[in-house]
Design a protein around this ligand. Structure first.
Ligand code: ATP
Length: 333
């Protein structure tokens, strides 16, 4: 469904150049649900905009839904759906009018637009909202309307840009269910961007991890997590015992990545559950009283940390969108 090779995009802004995407290869097979995961500013939206013909690549080539991205952008547009980050609904429009308008834009007859709209809103549990003004919808309802609009022309490949950003946890889980059902019942291929680790983990068959414009890892959530060697263990100890506790942890078989804070010791071991009794004995012998203990299976954040040396959460907080405020000087093709 998607085959991209060396896709790159450079922006020039205020005399500076930003290599937003640095030659990525992407393969997505029919029926897959693939997530594009990375921190703010990693290049997710830029890649998505290239794949959906909204932005011309600086270099590289791609086939999307059977059409050549550069030679046949119209063919690509007809065959794909795109659910953008902010959504595109007009606030004073009724839901039914918005759906009809979108259908007509894609060349459907009024009757077909209504039929298809009714089918989708029914599946997305917003069928009873068709007479409401779009500005009165909740965040979750609005996202489901955005999805209806993106799927009105029955595309076989749909791009979602951060589908659940801004939603509360319950609405997010609800939207995930809808997305899963769309795939199961319509056989749609889905490509979504996200910076939520739990979203990528629970929703996607396969994840591409992007950082700084480059794909740094790719695989199923489980296979990515299997790359992180071992469980993470964090123990709390009184400040004066930290050096002794760290020493005891480092002596455990297979222990690595031992780090300390003022009152905790963290490390990785192949099996956290079996290492703990041994650690407790060692701490006892050294006269250290443990105040708390946590063992966690590897997460996608650990994967990101292992790959880049930074936690995805820190990357979010720290380096985000350095040039977000710079004006765009390179325009959409
Ligand atoms: N029009 C533009 N002009 C200049 N720089 C841009 C432009 N669009 C994006 N960039 C820069 O390219 C880099 C990648 O941005 P992009 O929006 O693709 O990241 P992202 O991973 O989608 O981030 P987010 O999760 O915040 O949406 C960032 O450094 C961004 O500031």
């Amino acid at each position: 469904m998607i085959k991209a090779r060396g896709l790159a995009r450079r922006f020039a802004a205020r005399g500076r150049t930003v290599d937003a995407v640095r030659g990525v290869d992407i393969d997505v097979a029919e029926g897959e649900l693939v997530g594009f995961l990375g921190p703010n500013g990693a290049g997710k939206t830029t890649t998505l905009r290239m794949l959906t013909t909204l932005l011309r690549p600086t270099s590289g080539a791609a086939t999307v839904a059977g059409c050549d991205l550069l030679r046949d952008p119209l063919g690509v547009r007809k065959r794909i759906g795109y659910v953008a980050q902010g959504g595109g609904t007009a606030p004073e429009c009724k839901v039914s009018e918005e759906i009809e308008l979108q259908g007509r834009l894609y060349g459907l007859s009024k009757a077909d637009a209504h039929r298809r709209g009714a089918e989708l809103t029914e599946r997305l549990d917003i069928a009873d909202l068709d007479q409401r003004l779009t500005k009165t919808l909740s965040g979750g309802q609005r996202r489901r309307l955005d999805i209806t609009l993106g799927l009105i022309h029955d595309p076989k490949l749909v791009f979602f840009d951060e589908p659940t950003t801004g939603l509360d946890p319950q609405s997010r889980a609800n939207l995930w269910d809808h997305i899963r059902r769309l795939r199961a019942e319509h056989g749609v291929t889905l490509f979504l961007t996200t910076h939520y680790l739990d979203e990528a983990d629970s929703l996607c068959d396969r994840i591409l991890v992007i950082d700084n414009g480059e794909i740094v890892a790719e695989g199923s959530p489980d296979s990515l997590k299997a790359r992180v060697s071992g469980d993470g263990v964090t123990i709390g100890v009184p400040a004066e015992s930290v050096p002794r506790a760290a020493e005891a942890a480092a002596k455990l078989e297979g222990a690595h990545e031992v780090t300390t804070t003022e009152d905790t010791v963290r490390f990785r071991v192949p099996r956290g559950d079996t290492a703990l009794p041994e650690l407790l004995r060692a701490l006892d012998t050294s006269g250290v009283v443990m105040t708390s203990m946590q063992v966690h299976r590897p997460t996608l954040d650990d994967v990101f940390l292992t790959l880049t040396g930074r936690s995805l959460r820190d990357a979010e907080a720290g380096t985000g969108n350095q040039t977000a405020s710079s004006s765009e000087v390179s325009h959409v093709a």
